[in-house]
Design a binder for this molecule. Sequence first.
Ligand SMILES: NC(=O)c1ccc[n+]([C@@H]2O[C@H](COP(=O)([O-])OP(=O)(O)OC[C@H]3O[C@@H](n4cnc5c(N)ncnc54)[C@H](O)[C@@H]3O)[C@@H](O)[C@H]2O)c1
Length: 247
Amino acid sequence: MRVKDKVAVVTGSGRGIGETTVQRLAEEGAKVVVTDINEEGAIKVANGIKAKGGQAIAVVTDVTKLDQVEALMKKAVDEFGSLDILVNNAGFNRDMLIKNMTEKDWDDVIDTDLKGSFLASKFATPYMVEKKYGKVVNISSRAWHGNPGQANYSSAKAGIIGLTKSMAWEFGRYNINVNCIAPGMIATELMKGHPKFEMIKERQLANMPIKRLGETIDVANTILFLVSDEASFISGEVIHVSGGRFG
Ligand SMILES: NC(=O)c1ccc[n+]([C@@H]2O[C@H](COP(=O)([O-])OP(=O)(O)OC[C@H]3O[C@@H](n4cnc5c(N)ncnc54)[C@H](O)[C@@H]3O)[C@@H](O)[C@H]2O)c1
C-alpha cells in the first residue's frame, strides 16, 4: 500500500496509460479520480476499480477548458477531502510534415498536451500548497528529442519538460515533487491506431537496446514510484521509460 488514502487525479485515464495508472494507484490504496473527455471510458474504468474494492469516481473533463479543469480539482477535494497526486497524462498526436500541418493541427496538439498540463497543475497545486504535500507527474514523450512529422507533438512534449522543471522550482518549498516521464513507444490504442504503426514499430525496435515495445504497466509502475514517498528526494527529473532509447 504505497499510496494508501492519497487522492489522485489522472487526466486522460479513460483508457491507455492513464487507465493502467489509475488501476495501479488504486491497487496501492489511492482514491482515484478517473477523468477523461470520453465519458464512457471514464465511467467504465472507475466502475472496474470499484468492482475490485477500490475507491474511484469518474469525471468528464476536457483539459483544454479552464472552467472544467478548475471544477475537476474542486470535485476531487469535495468527494475525497484532499488532492495529493496529479498525473498530467491526457494527450494525443497528429503527425504530419510541417508543410502539411495547419494552424489547427498545431493548436489542437499544443492545447491538449501542453496547455492542458499547465491548467491542471494551476488548479491542483493550491490544494497541495495548503497541505504542504503533493506529487505531480507530467507525461512527456521520447519524441521531445524531435522527430520528422511531429513538430507540434515534439514541441508540446519538450514544453512539458520546461513546465516540469519550472514547477519543481516553484513548488519544492511546499514539499511538492514535480517530475516527468518520457515514454518510448507503448503498445496502446493511440499507437496501434497510427496509420504507419508497423513501419514505426520496426524502426523503433531496430534502434532500441531492449527489443520490445513498452506496455502501459511499464509507465504506470514508474508513475507509482514517483508519487510514492520512496521518491521524496527526486524532483525536476525526466525519466525515459523507453527501453533504453533516448534520442
Ligand atoms: N502510447 C505511446 O507510445 C506514448 C508514447 C509517449 C508518450 N505518450 C503519451 O502518453 C499519454 C497517454 O497516451 P496513451 O497512449 O495512453 O493514449 P490514449 O489515446 O490511449 O489515451 C489518451 C486519453 O486521453 C484522453 N484525452 C484526449 N484529449 C483529451 C482532452 N482534451 N481532455 C481530457 N482527456 C483527453 C483520450 O480520450 C484518451 O482516453 C499521452 O500524453 C501521450 O502523448 C504515449
